[in-house]
Design a protein around this ligand. Structure first.
Ligand code: AMP
Length: 534
């Protein structure tokens, strides 16, 4: 049977594929309630030391395997018959009728075309019934040759998996002296931080991994672990949190993938691992490597959640009891936004961060009611921010509701005339914009006083033009001492200089009018002179 990536299965495992059905373009978001699995906090670091530091921190027990292999999730023919999907298209019969895979899309293990379906018997991606048949033939041949060649069978992945896995240091590693271990680490440039960090392994065999996995490692050309893998894999297998750093190309991917695979393998819940990567290319690369390593392991499907490809097939694939998710943050967020998702035991809900995570609103002051209404509308249209105007023409009830909304974080921008300028301490505002400069300095001070209340920092942005030219010098005098940078247009304005000069003259005059010991005789003489002239 196939599990099409973008459609529901209608056949049981013994079906030949005739009743497979077509793509669902839009899956029900409610289907996206993913199963829980254990939460894995991250806290340790291993590094390959030639260039970097490495820390490995404290140990915690390996995720308890629960004594069970992964659950079997097959859909019975009855159940399949109950499913009724609106748009269906038959499973492709021939490879040549399948299109080629886009970068990042699953690739048929046989022909390399778009791996639209998952073979139920092997969990491998296939493109059509034709390739599924070929794929199973190859698998069958491999089985037969193993049986007829017991020596080879020994080295091939046939031993049944144990029901659980607990990492234990291999006797060879245990028997090494402490100085031998230190010497080894030093020679390989392994630096470690953390408490009671387990010793590095020297060979993959020291991990007692399932034979299938050992086989896959060899098949991928991984004969011996790289230094980062030597230290990181046993620490990861113990379930400890790791922070690791090593050069590019040093084998970090397999170093974290092996413990992830081992954990997912013995975890019955799906999905059980989430690998987040910054780029789509990296995600694709990691999935490819994960698939290589997981090949032949039971119920170890992966899903790639990356942008640039249609969402519905990825959403659908996500629901197919995948064990490992490899995702970029943006696409993962898109998916989580469609529904709350339970991922690795943690319920993830994306709240409307603009609204529910309260941000103090921006308070914008204008000089007229019409201006308030127009600006509020424009702000909402252009920026998408939730905006409201408030002025004296709004009824008391309206104003009360707006204030309530403000306190509850319903608005991000409030455009107000002077009505909110004075005394309103209720609203926590961090930014005031004087879109229109008020007509007096007194009003200005009240308006900018809406920010930074109760000892908090705040910012005021003031727009000025020649309409308020008579206040230029007053503004400069008041704002300059705060260390704010004033625009050169203001500082060089002739109005400002005129006002400054006038003020200085006035000061001088006032100074002259004062009677002091030094000017007393001058004043008397002036007085006498003017009297005698009369
Ligand atoms: P990475 O640093 O994880 O990107 O790995 C770099 C390359 O090294 C990839 O092509 C891996 O497949 C390969 N690689 C990783 N580990 C080993 C190993 N132990 N032996 C040989 N090749 C490896």
């Amino acid at each position: 049977m196939f599990v099409p990536r973008s459609l529901k299965i209608k056949r049981n495992a013994n079906d030949d594929g005739k009743s497979c059905v077509a793509k669902i373009i839009k899956p029900d978001p409610e289907d996206l309630q993913l199963d829980k699995s254990r939460d894995v906090p991250v806290d340790a670091l291993v590094t390959e030391a030639a260039t970097t530091d490495r820390h490995v921190s404290e140990s915690c027990p390996f995720p308890s395997p629960g004594g069970q292999l992964a659950e079997v999730h097959s859909v019975s023919p009855e159940q399949g018959a109950k499913d009724n999907y609106p748009s269906e298209e038959p499973v492709k019969s021939f490879s040549k009728t399948q299109r080629w895979a886009e970068p990042g899309e699953p690739v048929c293990v046989v022909c390399g075309r778009y791996g639209e379906y998952i073979c139920d018997k092997t969990d491998e991606d296939v493109c059509s019934l034709e390739c599924k048949a070929k794929h199973l033939q190859v698998k069958e041949k491999e089985e037969k040759s193993k049986l007829s060649n017991p020596q080879k069978a020994d080295s091939e992945p046939e031993s049944p998996l144990n029901a659980s896995y607990v990492y234990k240091e291999h006797p060879f590693i245990l028997n090494l002296q402490e100085d031998q271990i230190e010497n080894l680490k030093q020679q390989l440039g392994i630096l470690v931080q953390g408490q009671e960090v387990t010793r590095p392994i020297i060979d993959f065999e020291h991990c007692s991994l399932p034979e299938v996995l050992n086989h896959n490692l060899k098949k991928s050309g991984y004969e011996v672990p790289t230094p980062i893998q030597m230290q990181m894999i046993p620490v990861g297998l113990l379930g400890r949190d790791i922070l690791a750093s090593a050069d590019t190309g040093s084998g970090k991917t397999a170093a974290f993938l092996l413990p992830v695979i081992m954990r997912a393998l013995f975890e019955s819940k799906t999905p059980s691992a989430l690998i987040l990567t910054p780029t789509r290319e990296l995600a694709i690369q990691i999935e490819r490597q994960a698939k290589e390593l997981m090949s032949g392991l039971p119920r170890m499907k992966t899903v790639l959640l990356v942008g640039g490809l249609p969402l519905p097939p990825q959403l659908y694939r996500l629901q197919q009891h995948v064990k490992v998710i490899i995702a970029t943050p943006g696409r993962l967020l898109d998916i989580i936004k469609q529904s709350s998702v339970e991922l690795c035991g943690v319920k993830i809900v994306v709240v409307d961060e603009d609204k529910k995570l309260f941000k103090p609103p921006v308070l914008v002051f204008v000089d007229c009611k019409l201006g308030a209404d127009l600006l509020s509308e424009a702000v909402e249209k252009i920026t998408g921010l939730k905006s409201i105007s408030i002025h004296s023409e709004k009824s008391q009830i309206e104003r009360k509701n707006i204030l309530k909304g403000l306190l509850e974080g319903d608005y991000e921008v409030v455009v107000s005339t002077g009505v909110l300028g004075r005394g309103l301490d209720l609203i926590s505002v961090r930014l005031v914009v004087n879109f229109d400069m008020p007509s007096s300095m007194d009003e200005y001070v009240h308006q900018i006083g809406r920010v930074g209340r109760l000892g908090q920092n705040g910012t005021a942005i003031t727009f000025i033009n020649n309409n308020s030219k008579r206040l230029f010098w007053d503004i400069a005098k008041r704002v300059k001492p705060t260390g704010s940078i004033l625009p050169p247009q203001l500082l060089n304005s002739p109005y400002l200089h005129d006002q400054k000069r006038k003020e200085q003259q006035k000061d001088k005059q006032t100074q002259n009018d004062l009677v002091t010991g030094a000017n007393l005789m001058d004043i008397i003489r002036k007085h006498d002179k003017s009297n005698s002239q009369k």
